[in-house]
Design a protein around this ligand. Structure first.
Ligand code: TYM
Length: 347
């Protein structure tokens, strides 16, 4: 079992990141340790340069994200925690995979379309080729399990397509019916939490909660103080109807559905059970209950984050140690990819 996942260190990590991905990093890190496998969690700083960014802020936000992940339960003694920039093999493998990835595949990536918007000609080349780097991130380590939110599913499918095509094109006997040879790359499986696959904005039930939303009121940051969280929940967009007793009653009510989903995910229960308790009640009752649960669950994470972020040296040391371990694990796969392509590297 090899768990691998990444998160970008731009903007502040929010509730969507936590429920959709970070909570599963922690769960799978423990499962990997119990199964004698490994868990690698990295800060995708190489991805961060695909959009305009401030170099002065990148180091600070990278360290803050390490503090957040540790505060959420990613344990540097169980998981290998590092940033991509310290492991050159990510960028190196991306180049090797650029020969396998197809323009048509990248043209279909919805995240490129969303992020480049109307200004495609002005988007960076990195934004377009970003999914190939993401494929390199997981294929380098022979990932079996990749915990992500729903929005990364398409990128993971692309990683599988790239791995499959590379193996087919460059590994003689791969896919052989009688005596199949192992590929250079393992095909990774996305692990998406059904209860929190896509947490939506608090201002618009049709947009996902996102670091890049200009409205602070659209998201709960993991570093928000208790009163900020409560204020955002109170101001969250809703409708005037009371909550129904069954899930079908939320079909055309995306904002209400989102708040019920968040409550259920935080309480580790199901939306049906939440509606069993709150059906018939209005938001005047439900919102304060949600805010209370949120503060109760996220408050200790925030306190721990504040403590950890003060010790920059300790955070740098975590990254340095993780990068060393990651570099070691990546060596054989990178070497195998060079060899399969017929590239001569010497000794
Ligand atoms: P990023 O930094 O945008 O998000 C980190 C993780 O949080 C999940 N997520 C959400 N889940 C549910 N609801 C939401 N509203 C929500 N918003 C974000 C994301 O799905 C992700 O799992 N490209 C990636 C980083 C990356 C990566 C990788 C991930 C780079 N290489 C290799 C996995 C494997 C990204 O920008 O995630």
């Amino acid at each position: 079992m090899r768990v691998v996942s990444g998160i970008q260190p731009t903007g502040k990590p929010h509730l969507g990141n936590y429920l959709g991905a970070i909570r599963n990093y922690v769960k799978l890190q423990d499962e990997a340790v119990a199964a004698g496998g490994e868990c690698l969690i990295f800060l995708a700083d190489l991805h961060a340069i695909s959009m305009p960014h401030d170099p002065k802020e990148l180091h600070a936000s990278t360290l803050e994200l390490v503090a957040t992940l540790v505060a959420c339960g990613v344990d540097p003694n169980k998981a290998i925690l590092f940033n991509q920039a310290q492991v050159p093999a990510h960028a190196e493998l991306q180049w090797l995979l650029n020969g396998t990835a197809r323009m048509g595949w990248l043209n279909r990536m919805t995240q490129f379309k969303d992020k480049s918007g109307k200004n495609r000609e002005g988007a960076s080349v990195a934004l377009f080729t970003y999914p190939v780097l993401q494929a390199a991130d997981v294929l380098l380590y022979q990932a079996t399990h990749v915990p992500v939110g729903e929005d990364q599913k398409q990128h993971l499918e692309l990683a599988r397509d790239i791995a499959q095509k590379f193996n087919m094109d460059f590994v003689p006997g791969y896919g052989d019916e009688k005596d199949p040879k192992p590929g250079v790359f393992t095909l990774p499986d996305p692990i998406i939490p059904p209860e929190a696959a896509r947490i939506m904005s608090l201002r618009d039930g049709s947009a996902k909660m996102s670091k890049s939303d200009p409205s602070e009121m659209s998201r709960i940051n993991l570093s928000d103080e208790a009163d900020e969280m409560a204020k955002k929940v109170k101001k969250a967009r809703t409708d005037p109807e009371p909550l129904p007793s069954e899930l079908e009653g939320l079909e055309d009510r995306p904002e209400a559905l989102n708040l019920v989903t968040i409550y259920a995910a935080l309480a580790q229960t199901t939306p049906d059970k939440v509606l069993g308790d709150f059906g018939g009640q209005g938001f005047g009752v439900f919102k304060p209950a949600l805010a209370e649960l949120m503060v109760e669950t996220l408050g200790p994470i925030r306190d721990r984050f504040v403590e950890l972020k003060a010790d920059r040296e300790a955070l740098d040391a975590i990254l340095a140690r993780g990068a060393y371990q990651a570099r070691e694990i990546g060596i054989p796969t990178l070497a195998a990819a060079y060899k399969a392509l017929g590239l001569v590297r010497g000794r």
